[in-house]
Ligand binder design. Structure first.
Ligand SMILES: [Zn+2]
Length: 332
């Protein structure tokens, strides 16, 4: 990268001290970004909608130390350029807006999941972690060819797992062997694997997930749609069975706006979330998914944190979901 690039980034981070603190840790992710990219897409990726800036004041008061385990930072592109092979283009949603959002919904800590738009360049995540004073951890996108040294550097930078998106629209191909090989390699780091998959892949993937060497997290309540038969639908029964019988299976109570057929307060998503929390109260975590890429209907983050007490109905369950479980899984 050029000197001009570094100057931009230093300006963005607000000082050279912060840059120095993160520079060593950045090395691995930086090297990853130099990997040869696939051919340029023929068409410009579609521009997605920005988040709702008018966050409602929530009714629910999240317990101290609450962790949002699924959020993204997009750019700014002038500092963290998007990958040429990205499936979509996001409006900038940088660290200041990210921090403001969490202040508004009363959440003190976060796990930043690197989004597909940033490809294998994890600096947007590791820079934010370096500036957070221990309040942020991250999930990286890693290539199959990343070295053990680079993985170790990411761990040192606060990364606690890596992500595989198998959604057709994100360009994911249903090849689980990559996940299995990476799981064997990251076992010593105590990382988890973050999986974004659709019910169409359950039958193929679930047996392979059971045999993974590390814990895994299923994003957005398995991307089940409430309209596909409610809580009695076969896919949801399979998900509950996996959750009940495999101690490595964690589920993210996130994306009610993706699951629901309606608008806030996403009433039809409540029974699903409730059942997932009841089934494995020690292996569920919550995420906002701000800034909400590729949603049918842009949610308000105030509504999303207010979703929590409707599905985690006791203070003890809320503490597990928001504080204790993620603190354990991501080693805060
Ligand atoms: Zn997301």
């Amino acid at each position: 990268m050029t000197t001009g690039y570094k100057l931009n980034r230093r300006d963005y981070l607000g000082g050279s001290l912060a840059l120095a603190a993160s520079a060593v840790a950045m090395g691995a992710a930086h090297a990853q970004s130099q990997a040869p990219a696939a051919a340029e897409p023929v068409k410009e990726p579609p521009l997605i909608a920005p988040p709702d800036p008018n966050t409602k004041v929530p009714t629910f008061k999240a317990p101290p130390g609450s962790i949002d385990t699924h959020t993204h930072i997009f750019g700014p592109q002038s500092v963290y350029p998007f990958a040429a092979t990205r499936p979509y283009t996001a409006p900038d949603a940088g660290l200041p807006a990210f921090a403001t959002l969490h202040g508004k919904i009363g959440v003190e800590r976060a796990v930043i999941v690197n989004a597909t738009v940033h490809g294998f360049d994890n600096r947007v995540v590791t820079d934010a972690i370096a500036l957070s004073g221990g309040r942020y951890k991250g999930i990286a996108n890693v290539s199959d060819t990343i070295s053990d040294r680079e993985l170790e550097a990411l761990e040192q930078a606060g990364i606690r797992g890596c992500r595989y998106a198998f959604l057709a629209r994100l360009g994911g191909k249903p090849d689980f062997s990559r996940v299995k090989r990476m799981a064997d390699r990251i076992k010593g780091l105590k990382w988890c694997i973050d999986l974004y998959l659709e019910p169409a892949l359950y039958d193929d993937f679930f047996p392979q997930m059971r045999s993974l060497a590390v814990p895994y997290v299923i994003d957005h309540m398995g991307t089940i749609k409430a309209a596909d038969g409610g809580v009695d639908q076969p896919a949801f029964k399979k998900l509950l069975d996996l959750q009940r019988t495999d101690e490595k299976c964690w589920v993210k109570i996130s994306g009610p706006e993706r699951m629901s057929s309606g608008a806030a307060p996403f009433q039809d998503a409540v029974p699903f979330a409730k059942k997932l929390i009841e089934t494995a109260p020690d292996r569920v975590i919550w995420g906002s998914d701000w800034p909400h890429p590729n949603v049918r209907l842009m949610p308000n983050d105030g509504d999303l944190i207010d979703f929590v007490p409707r599905c985690a109905t006791t203070a003890a369950l809320q503490r597990k979901l928001l504080v204790e479980n993620p603190a354990k899984l991501f080693r805060f």
